[in-house]
Ligand binder design. Sequence first.
Ligand SMILES: [Zn+2]
Length: 389
Amino acid sequence: MLKRVLFGTFAALVLVGGLAYVMAPGIADRMMNKRSGSPPWTVSAEAESLTKAIGPIDLHNDVLLWGRDITKKSDHGHVDLPRLQEGHFALAVFSTVTKTPKGINYIQNDSSTDQIKLLAQLSGWPAAAITWRVRRAIFEADRLHAAIAASHGDLLLITTRSRLDSLLALRARGSNSVGALLSTEGLHAIDGQLANLDTLFAHGFRAAGITHFFDNDLGGSAHGVTKGGLTPLGRATVQRMEQLGMVVDVAHGSPTVVSEVFAMATKPVWVSHGGVQAVCPGPRNLTDDQLRALAKTGGVIGIGYWDGALCDPTPANAAKAIRHVANTVGVDYVALGSDWDGATTEPFDASGIALVTDALLGQKFTPAEIAKILNANAVRVLRAVLPAR
Ligand SMILES: [Zn+2]
């Protein structure tokens, strides 16, 4: 028991990196996934009913990293099934994280340290997940599979166009079931072996980011050292993802990776969580030229609500970023990408998404346009990319 406590404590210490705090993992989760606002959320009746009628889709959360029981409502963090249902969500993308550098930051990180490996070692993850990143992704994915199995149909794994269509038909009949799509943040998760991409696909993964916080063997990160372009493995991986039916995600990509993926893509690409330079300058937010190249693929950018995406993280500023995308390339190319539970401080959790609907009404978007932003644009990308059945 004491050994476990010590291990957990050390794991939390490793997770928070430079902070000289000693704490249990649950406290690390609480410390790193904060809310700047709290319920009850003040939203107009129009925004609430519109959100309910539309059923939002969120393109990125990291809740699977923390090991919370997502079938139960937690008093901290941002995402679980009850809060997704309170927010009337139709679908959420659950991402896995397989390697993060010590002293993680947006400017420059090398790949020499591996906090997730330490977390895996110290938290008692299976031995294979200590050695192989692909097994870490699968270990975290199994947390989602377990939650789905325990949810009695409230949470449904979306792996094909036909499952997506069934979910939307079910919801159109009044069900509040929520779709779950599996992703991974950075394809260093394949341990340098393209065959491991097929392993992830077989395990239900249907989206993946090329890079995360450091340059990897597929290409450069926006937060890496050399910030280069796609490697031969990176190009082969993008092609294989398109063949299999996985959405290519360029969130966290270096500018060269972002433009090279847009140029070679034959299917819509997404930026699962980010912002725009026009509203918030920063290494991971898109320029207007990048927005135009994204739109040419038929893809979407999911606008987030944390400081890295918006600088001033408010629902009004999220709506301003969405308005900028709509004015620059059209309302068909923008969606929601919260980064909930991604070691972020967020103005609201999944239950408060109608705050964004309200802010979009404030930006004079019509209900039909809001339906595209909250749901239909993401559905279009998934229909274009996912295997039929
Ligand atoms: Zn991220």
